[in-house]
Design a protein around this ligand. Structure first.
Ligand code: NAD
Ligand code: DAU
Length: 333
């Protein structure tokens, strides 16, 4: 493999993946294919040699443009998506369009040109778990999505499975848990709380804050995706997770402590409708079959680095912050 196309490579996880692969595979050429929606930012993709990196500004729903990009590569790593649950509740259509129709376009292009595809999905397709459920999500767990976001991601996974089985598309899927790290949009939980504190306001906890997420550093997501891309079995699904379960209240308290504030100095705001209670990942298959291990196992240290990144990159997030908080204000969140 020498030439890869990374859809959604100007977003949070996609751009971290591009930096990771650029460093780890010096003989590869990377093309980022991204529509630069509100979530995409070319600032995330600085410092690359033009012999090894190119950028195509286009929509994955654009049949001709995606066909051309796919025809010129060895493999596609498909991150592009509408990714935020709260937005999907306010306006679901862009989620159906990008996540379902866009993935369909990519599948048709990879089928036509016989190219390798890795599809990035989420643990949310499996629904949620009770707080005391001993069974975590596995590759065999039944799909049971709750939100417009997770249902469109589930739909896209189903398309990939069908195209792999019916048409022999050389595809793999990964379902990862909640990522944290640099370049994450301030609409998401951790960056929102850090930037609220940096702007002199209180963190905002939805509902009681007992909801649990299974946190993984975005670089560990990148190393897992690269392992699957290179060593995964065609047609297979792999869960990606780093045993990082924490409830939202614990995370907010830790952010406050790491930023030198009183750990009880947050406020409760309106809950998210249909709010999933708990996600938890069993990544045994990825670890045993492909030998993957996470590197960032100390959440406190990873969170501290992330806080420092937001402190040092105010010009990156300040322009997004005003618009984002206006949206939340209307929702009472
Ligand atoms: P993001 O919202 O930060 O970035 C999405 C990127 O996709 C942006 O650059 C955007 O411009 C681009 N994009 C959106 N619609 C497009 C379209 N129609 N055509 C071309 N480009 C388009 O998202 P993220 O948090 O980096 O998530 C990336 C992927 O990882 C998504 O598929 C998401 O479902 C999945 N995922 C995310 C998490 C998480 O914690 N954020 C966890 C598991 C899986
Ligand atoms: O599990 C993987 C998923 O993680 C990805 O597929 C999604 O793309 C990604 O956005 C994320 O979804 P969540 O809905 O879990 O992430 P979010 O950052 O929106 O919220 C995390 C938790 O924090 C959730 O329980 C809601 C809560 N929350 C969120 C915000 C923005 C708050 O309590 N306060 C907030 O201000």
């Amino acid at each position: 493999m020498r030439k890869i196309v990374v859809t959604g490579g100007a977003g949070f996880i996609g751009s971290n993946f591009v930096h990771y692969v650029y460093k780890e595979r010096p003989d590869w050429h990377i093309t980022v294919y991204d529509a630069l929606t509100y979530a995409g930012n070319k600032e995330n993709l600085k410092g690359f040699d033009e012999n090894r990196f190119s950028f195509v500004e286009a929509n994955i729903c654009d049949e001709q443009a995606i066909d051309e990009a796919v025809s010129n590569c060895d493999a596609v790593v498909h991150f592009a998506a509408e990714s935020h649950n709260d937005n999907s509740l306010a306006n679901p259509w862009p989620f159906v369009e990008t996540n379902v129709v866009g993935t369909f376009r990519i599948l048709e292009a990879t089928r036509k040109h016989n190219k390798r595809l890795h599809h990035i999905s989420t643990d949310e397709v499996y629904g949620d778990l009770e707080l005391n459920d001993p069974n975590k999500f596995k590759e065999t767990t039944a799909y049971n999505p709750s939100s417009p976001y997770s249902s469109t991601k589930a739909g896209s996974d189903m398309l990939v499975r069908a195209w792999a089985r019916s048409f022999g598309v050389k595809a793999t899927i990964s379902n990862c848990s909640n990522n944290y790290g640099p370049y994450q949009h301030v609409e998401k939980f951790i960056p929102r709380q850090i930037t609220e504190i940096l702007q002199g306001r209180k963190p905002k906890l939805y509902g009681s804050g007992e909801n649990v997420r299974d946190w993984i550093h975005t670089e560990d997501h990148s190393s897992a995706v690269l392992a699957i891309l290179e060593k995964g079995t065609m047609g297979e699904t792999y869960m990606i997770g780093a045993n990082g379960e924490k409830n939202n209240k614990e995370v907010v308290e830790l952010i406050l402590e790491l930023m030198g504030k009183d750990s009880s100095d947050y406020e409760h705001v309106n809950d998210r409708p249909g709010h999933d209670l708990r996600y938890a990942i069993d990544s045994t298959k990825l670890r045993t079959e492909l030998g993957w291990e996470p590197k960032y196992t100390d959440f406190r240290a990873g969170l501290k680095d992330t806080i420092d990144w937001y402190k040092n990159n105010r010009s990156w997030w300040e322009p997004q912050k005003v618009v984002t908080e206006e949206k939340y204000k209307k929702l009472g969140r």
